[in-house]
Design a protein around this ligand. Structure first.
Ligand SMILES: [Zn+2]
Length: 327
């Protein structure tokens, strides 16, 4: 009898262990910081146009800044291949818009990449395929994942499935393979992100998605993310939210939390002259042209610099953790 009880208890313990581990945790990558305790990276989005629309010129300037900062990696905020993502794993656009464009030695680092809405219009799973990593080992593209970089944790979030409007978009077809049933997908993603953020002990938490939560550009705020993603970010002390989607460069501060919103969507074609009225207290910087950003970060300080297509510095912003905790 006692044996049976022990066996039943052991079975229950095992079952709960299996249940806990089947709680699909987001895949994690480890990225070491530099020996001096710092980390540098570039942020670029909305770029893959076979070098056209100044993609190549932005790439040249990225190479120069990357060399100067000795960057550790690149963050790509999505819309990686225009107009309709990749056709498949062997689509030459991968090499024509990525490998053959970002050729500087300083850019031969890992590219941590999320998907954008344009990527969902093609064979979305092709961009996630290990085949691409064999063609170019820099390419790390998953739907949602975490990069632990010692004192910074990065949370890459697949934002396209959050946007209701794509489900009824009459002009484009989206490839929802791997996402349907969507409500399950979103609920799991929200749960996984919440868990990852809550468990993070890093000094800095940075979230990366394609769509802007706050933006004064053409698309403006993404209400679906304001409703379903922002509360998780606010509740878990996220420092920065970085995105593309609007083809501009912007920095919006939060008036009700420490979150800074950074749009880096100037990797190639810019729209120009598209600017919405925005709260003047929240708007720190807006530029409706091409370019990219750099981030230099230590356990106590972060410095963000915005560059245009000529490599000119347009905006700088710094913050300190010690300052925050002293207030
Ligand atoms: Zn987009």
């Amino acid at each position: 009898m006692i044996n049976r009880i022990i066996m039943a208890l052991a079975f229950l313990a095992l079952a709960s262990l299996i249940m806990t581990s089947s709680f699909a945790e987001l895949q994690r990558f480890q990225h070491p910081a530099k020996g001096d305790g710092s980390l540098s990276f570039l942020v670029v989005g909305d770029w893959g146009r076979r070098g056209f629309y100044n993609q190549s010129q932005v790439a040249v300037q990225m190479g120069k800044v990357a060399e100067k900062l000795d960057i550790d990696f690149v963050v790509s905020t999505g819309d990686n291949f225009y107009d309709d993502g990749l056709e498949g794993e062997t689509d030459p656009a991968f090499e024509e818009s990525f490998t053959k464009i970002y050729t500087a030695k300083s850019l031969q680092k890992k590219w941590y990449t999320v998907l954008g809405n344009h990527d969902y219009r093609g064979d979305v799973e092709a961009q996630l395929s290990p085949v691409l990593r064999k063609i170019d080992s820099r390419w790390i593209c998953l739907r949602s994942f975490i990069v632990n970089a010692e004192f910074v944790d990065f949370f890459f979030v697949d934002t396209t499935p959050f946007v209701d409007a794509y489900l009824t978009d009459p002009d484009h077809t989206y490839n929802w393979r791997g996402v349907i049933p969507r409500e399950n997908y979103l609920a799991n993603l929200q749960k996984d992100l919440e868990l990852g953020l809550r468990e993070s002990r890093a000094k800095w938490k940075i979230v990366v998605g394609h769509h802007g939560i706050r933006s004064a550009g053409h698309h403006g705020d993404t209400q679906d993310l304001v409703d379903r993603l922002l509360p998780i970010l606010k509740a878990n002390d996220v420092d920065l939210y970085m995105n593309g989607h609007d083809h501009c460069l912007e920095h919006i501060t939060s008036l009700d939390s420490p979150i800074q919103y950074l749009t880096s969507g100037g990797g190639s074609k810019a729209w120009g002259h598209e600017f919405r009225d925005y709260d003047k207290d929240a708007m720190k910087f807006f530029y409706d042209g091409q370019g990219f950003m750099s981030v230099y970060i230590t356990p106590t300080d972060a410095k963000i610099v915005v560059y245009d297509v000529f490599g000119q510095v347009l905006h700088k912003w710094s913050t300190s953790k010690e300052l925050h905790s002293a207030i």
